[in-house]
Design a protein around this ligand. Structure first.
Ligand code: C2E
Ligand code: CA
Ligand code: CA
Ligand code: CA
Length: 280
């Protein structure tokens, strides 16, 4: 009836109004978080499966509000994307990670590859190559030990623009990785056009590797094809020794996961890193 239609209409309006209010509240909170320096980076070791050596780390953003529990990036990055705040937040992440790489080098540790996640808006919506060049120059970070991670879906959103931007980043000596590989719809063959160095197999495939024959077959195929394209393969979300043994058997190059370490504060990474060979 007409009455019900009216109710439906006002119901949706109220719902959307509440959402808009929550949206604004969060936007303000994120803006204040930047000003108050409530963001920090955790680092998760990336381990060479062959040698067991920690060869790099992935920087993972955390938000620690003053008097509330830590907020996971999954809970604020989508909003930061929508509002554009991801650009200043992402700049802060890039600069902080680059400074950390320099600090570890200056502490006499072997060069540590730092991987940084780039969001869609950061990668496609601003001149990220120019930002990275400026930050490299400003921090003294070694581009040969910096990897930028872009998800498969972002890459496929605008392949032409992505190719151009990646070409500029690669020309600076920065490495590029495809994150969450397998969750989008690109074929491995379509990746040939991008100047990438590594593929990260999404955790959803690793999770059921030892129970689900399809996932095992997918992981095997990705490793084999990636190697035939001379790409480095990293498995995400490795939690069990069985998963690790499988990946080792099938020649996966590197892994990240709780079976080795969760993401931790930078101070806890130092103990996992080797001193540089020429340092005594
Ligand atoms: P991602 O890039 O795929 O990062 C891997 C996520 O898997 C991290 O979650 C990590 O803590 C989690 N993880 C690692 N090993 C395991 C494991 O063995 N088991 C399980 N269950 N999880 C594992 P986190 O830190 O909550 O980050 C979630 C997502 O937020 C990231 O996914 C990334 O897409 C995004 N993100 C994090 N930091 C940044 C950032 O600085 N910028 C941007 N744009 N996005 C970020
Ligand atoms: Ca990542
Ligand atoms: Ca990932
Ligand atoms: Ca993932």
């Amino acid at each position: 009836s007409k009455g019900q239609g009216g109710n439906h209409h006002s119901f949706y309006t109220a719902e959307m109004g509440a959402q808009a209010v929550e949206h604004l509240r969060m936007e303000g909170a994120l803006q204040r978080a930047l000003q108050r320096q409530e963001f920090l980076l955790y680092y998760q070791p990336v381990v060479d499966i062959g040698s067991g050596v920690v060869s790099g780390v992935e920087a993972l953003l955390r938000w620690q509000p003053q008097d509330r529990p830590m907020v996971s990036p999954a809970d604020f990055i989508p909003l930061a994307e929508e509002t554009g705040l991801i650009v200043p937040i992402g700049d802060w992440v890039l600069e902080t990670a680059m400074r950390q790489q320099v600090a570890w080098r200056e502490a006499g540790l072997s060069p540590v590859r730092i991987s940084v996640n780039l969001s869609a808006r950061q990668f496609l919506g601003q001149d990220v190559a120019q930002r990275v060049a400026a930050l490299l120059a400003g921090t003294g970070c070694d581009p040969a030990f910096l990897t930028l991670e872009i998800t498969e879906s972002v890459l496929m959103e605008n392949p032409a623009a992505a190719t151009e931007t990646m070409g500029r980043l690669a020309a600076m000596g920065v490495q590029l990785a495809i994150d969450d590989f397998g969750t989008g719809y690109s074929s491995l063959a379509s990746l040939k056009r991008f100047p990438i160095h590594s593929l990260k197999i999404d955790r959803s495939f690793v999770m059921d590797l030892t129970r689900d024959a399809d996932d095992a077959a997918i992981v095997n195929a990705v490793i084999a094809l990636a190697h035939s394209m001379k790409l480095n393969v990293i498995a995400e979300g490795v939690e069990t020794d069985e998963q690790l043994a499988f990946l080792q058997r099938h020649g996966c190059d590197q892994m990240q996961g709780y079976c080795f370490s969760r993401p931790v504060e930078p101070g806890r990474i130092e103990a996992m890193l080797q001193p540089a060979k020429n340092f005594h």
